[in-house]
Design a protein around this ligand. Structure first.
Ligand code: F6R
Length: 614
């Protein structure tokens, strides 16, 4: 999740661009850079780390000019470094980009075949070379060159492009990544998000997918990718800068909950081959021979990431038919564990820096096991220590309680299970296609599940006085119950426990009385009947049930009509996709309970986002 800014006007643009980037800091970044058109040519300055480093570089080498583009990078392709920082240049063109070019490998090869030499490992540099090539081959304007280049790109992108021979304009384009244009008085802006514009203008225009345009001092012209002119009125934004950073949501956590469908799309981007029913993820780095000779998959992770791993254990065993275990990082490191050379250790970590998980990775590697990291932060310690890394591409998560990183971990881990299943021959092409098609449609289903927000707010209000809560689920929904309980205790400080629904009668049932809300995950799956009878056991003891069930489930509705049961619906889905859906109401429930209690939702007491201590 990078940040873009662009400016065409009469003011010296470098300070203005840096200020805009500062307003996008919340999107996370590891490097930043500017390209400024000084009238005679384009100058680029880039720096790794904090924006202060870019400031220092600019102090040494000030950039003069009134047309420029800027970028904060949150690495997805190529490690954080000055060479990989944006803007990327080719010939007399410079480009900034937010998103992921899906077909970057193929395009890079084609360009290399035509003699192009790449300076960076990024997917973005491809765009710069394509535009440069089109200009050299006679495109009449920068706009035309960008338009022609767009026909080659697949994936998500918001781009801004400057060209030496067009000193008064910037061309922008958008597909599946945000881009907003700001209209000022004799100056025009573009940015990934509104906060970067608010100091200068509140009149903005949101680009839609498949649209591009040209920024000039005197205004903005908008067209579709195929050149059809578009007329759109500007909107006036009344948000304060802080409200704008949260996209109008009250908290980052709520914003991130709603970002999940998009985040899952980004995790899947370029990794699914529906035709072959297979996963395209060479970064997993496992040959068919290694996959076939696997003795065990050994997951290590902590907290929410461990719940993702626990869910994935069901998939790995069912789909790839390899025995799988899950251990929490802090236990592995002090248990003198036995790793075997044919173990695949999968370390799951949002931050990629969790000390306990890292220590487990090192122990596994020391004993000769192969380690795959599933992480969100590029080039963090765990992926660096592992043999291969599959990144979740969720973008930076600011709320301390993990939400979008959890669902993208589930997505990445389901891809790993399918990949192993296909390589080991335990999953047919048809079987792979069924799961991958379901995954492909998951973001749409997630959007529908999130529509239950108002119902969850009402349910949360009803239970605000609860002191304890239970969460029950079976099969892959058991770890989701654990995750629901963790979310609730983290942010609302209500004591909560997750249990395998079948385990309830072995102890926790003693806790149930009319004061105890019990969340029961009972979507239509192979465990449905059994879970429903667990729910009845709760009702028989007067427990208050919050049932997460499949839309149109009449049996559940009839049962709820007798009282004491609130039903929250999720859409029907293939069994592998259900955990991606059942967790959403639990996140929203925790959020509304915490908000209702007035806790500090984004920064709950005693918790840190990255745990680099034991
Ligand atoms: C809970 C949460 C934590 C983390 C845990 C591991 O909402 O965020 O439980 O999941 O600290 O962190 P990572 O995934 O960074 O290794």
């Amino acid at each position: 999740m990078c940040g873009i800014v662009a400016y065409v006007g009469t003011k010296s643009c470098a300070p203005l661009l840096v200020e805009g980037l500062r307003r996008l800091e919340y999107r996370g970044y590891d490097s930043a850079g500017l390209a400024v058109h000084g009238g005679n040519g384009i100058e680029i300055i880039r720096a790794v780390g904090k924006l202060a480093n870019l400031d220092a570089a600019l102090a040494k080498n000030p950039l003069a000019g009134t047309v420029g583009i800027g970028h904060t990078r949150w690495a997805t392709h190529g490690r954080p470094s000055e060479v990989n920082a944006h803007p990327h240049a080719a010939g007399s063109v410079a480009v900034v980009h937010n998103g992921i070019i899906e077909n970057h490998v193929e395009l890079r090869k084609e360009l290399q075949g035509r003699g192009v030499v790449f300076a960076s490992d990024t997917d973005t540099e491809i765009v710069a070379h394509l535009v440069d090539e089109k200009l050299r081959k006679g495109a009449k304007s920068l706009e035309e060159a960008v338009r022609q280049s767009l026909t080659h790109l697949r994936g998500a992108f918001a781009i801004a492009v400057v060209w030496k021979d067009a000193p008064d304009e910037i061309v922008v384009a958008k597909q599946d990544s945000p881009l907003v244009v700001g209209i000022g008085d004799g100056e025009t802006f573009a940015a990934s998000d509104i906060p970067a514009l608010l100091a200068h203008t509140r009149d903005v225009l949101f680009l839609q997918d498949g649209e591009m345009g040209v920024l000039r001092k005197g205004g903005f012209t908008l067209t579709t990718f195929d050149g059809t002119p578009v007329t759109r009125a500007t909107k006036r934004i009344d948000w304060s800068p802080t409200q704008a950073e949260k996209g109008g949501y009250k908290h980052f956590m709520l914003k991130e909950i709603h970002e999940q469908p998009r985040a899952v799309e980004d995790t899947l981007r370029g990794r699914i081959d529906l035709e072959r029913g297979d996963v395209l993820a060479s970064e997993i780095g496992i040959t068919p021979e290694t996959a076939q000779s696997l003795g065990r998959v050994y997951f290590v992770a902590c907290g929410t990431s461990a719940h993702a791993a626990m869910t994935a254990r069901y998939w790995v065993e069912q789909i790839a038919r390899v025995p799988a275990v899950v251990e929490i990082g802090s236990e592995v490191r002090y248990r003198d564990p036995v790793f075997l050379p044919n173990d695949l250790v999968i370390a799951v970590s949002q931050s990629g820096e969790t000390l306990d998980t890292l220590a487990a990775v090192k122990a596994a590697k020391a004993q000769g096991a192969r380690v795959l990291a599933v992480a969100n932060v590029l080039d963090s310690a765990i992926p660096r220590a592992a043999n291969g890394a599959l990144y979740t591409h969720a973008g930076p998560e600011i709320g301390v309680a993990s939400t979008k990183c959890f669902t993208t971990q589930l997505t990445a881990l389901l891809l790993v299970a399918v990949y192993l299943g296909r390589q080991r021959g335990t999953l047919s092409a048809d079987g792979g296609r069924r799961i991958l098609e379901a995954l492909w449609h998951a973001p749409g289903l997630m959007r529908t599940a999130l529509d239950e927000e108002a119902a969850l707010k009402a349910v949360a209000k009803k239970h605000l006085r609860a002191r304890d809560m239970l969460f029950l689920g079976r099969g892959p929904n058991f770890p989701i119950a654990l995750e629901g309980a963790l979310k609730l205790k983290e942010i609302s400080y209500i004591h909560a426990e997750g249990y395998a629904a079948g385990e309830m009668k072995h102890g926790p049932i003693a806790l149930i009385d009319e004061e105890m809300p019990v969340v029961v995950l009972c979507p239509k799956d192979s465990h449905y009947e059994k879970t429903l009878s667990n729910m009845q056991e709760v009702r028989a003891r007067e427990g208050q049930v919050i049932a997460v069930g499949t839309v149109g489930d009449h049996e559940l509705a009839e049962y709820a009509a007798k009282g004491g049961v609130d039903v929250i619906s999720i859409p029907a889905a293939e069994p592998e996709i259900l955990p991606l859906l059942t967790v959403l109401p639990l996140q929203l429930l925790s959020y509304f309970m915490a908000d209702g209690k007035g806790t500090d939702v984004d920064q709950p007491r005693n918790l840190a986002k990255t745990v680099t201590v034991e």
